[in-house]
Design a protein around this ligand. Structure first.
Ligand SMILES: [Zn+2]
Length: 274
């Protein structure tokens, strides 16, 4: 097969990077993408890496990825992402799992997507299934059949404890190629508690002005250590207002109570790994 593979978003630390949780999405995307390309080449496929590391905005990243993809004639465009929004910081014993997004619910991309979901399910992840998305540029504007793998959730401890880039890449390769590959992969290593920090999140906004307004109000009300963190989800940039980051969860819980007492409702704690 001829394949375009790319990791979603700019690299971590740059504008338009991916979500941040117990792992950083942009880094995970690149780890899985690199392992996937190695496996697919080993299996004698022609693979083009269409990852973009120098986008100037979320839409610029997408436009550049689409241009790279459309410069090659391939059987399939594959986009590697991780999902966000589970907020299971402690691990509840259940993964939130995998989903694969496609432009249309038939044809070769759809069929590969169903197989990829089943392969990742076989690693122990919940199978959230294949979902149709006609709004994403990376699926809509690419010429070849395209699919987008949301491998698992960066903010679910169960998902990340199970995660290993090589086993994830192998599962995706098996789904794409519709065959089993003999390749031994290292065991996953659970996230050590010592590396986990807890953030008190006061809100998330897709308008930077609203996020800045919230930060200004929190500063004025005497909350220290408030900062914004931008990330891209579904090709849209979001701004999280983080009202403090703490090593001990109890301090983050206290911050949420203090926020509530001052009328800032809807705050919650998110774990991240330094
Ligand atoms: Zn993403």
């Amino acid at each position: 097969m001829n394949l375009n593979i790319h990791a979603g978003h700019n690299p971590d630390g740059k504008v338009a990077c991916g979500a941040i949780g117990l792992i950083k999405e942009s880094t995970g995307n690149r780890d899985v993408k690199n392992d996937l390309i190695d496996i697919l080449k080993e299996e004698n496929n022609t693979v083009y890496d269409c990852t973009v590391d120098n986008g100037t905005s979320a839409s610029d990243v997408i436009n550049k990825i689409v241009a790279k993809c459309n410069a090659h004639s391939v059987d399939l465009d594959v986009s590697i992402h991780f999902n966000f929004g589970a907020n299971d910081k402690n691990g509840n014993g259940n993964t939130t799992g995998v989903e694969v997004l496609v432009y249309k619910m038939s044809g070769p991309a759809y069929e590969a997507a169903v197989r990829i979901c089943k392969e990742i399910e076989a690693l122990g992840y919940k199978n959230r299934g294949v979902k149709q998305r006609t709004d994403l540029g990376v699926l809509k504007n690419t010429k070849a059949p395209a699919l987008l793998v949301e491998c698992c959730f960066v903010d679910d401890k169960d998902d990340i404890d199970l995660y290993n880039s090589k086993s994830m890449a192998k599962a995706i390769a098996q789904g794409i190629l519709n065959k089993q590959i003999s390749l031994s992969v290292p065991a996953s290593t659970p996230v050590p508690e010592s590396e986990v920090f807890y953030r008190a999140i006061s809100g998330s906004f897709n308008n930077k002005n609203y996020a800045n307004d919230r930060k200004a109000k929190l500063d004025k009300d005497g909350f220290s250590g408030v900062f914004l963190e931008a990330f891209v989800k579904d090709e849209t940039t979001w701004y999280r207002v983080i009202a403090g980051s703490f090593k001990d969860k109890i301090n983050a819980e206290q911050r949420i109570k203090d926020l509530s007492a001052k009328g800032y409702d809807g705050g919650f704690i998110a774990a991240f790994r330094k």
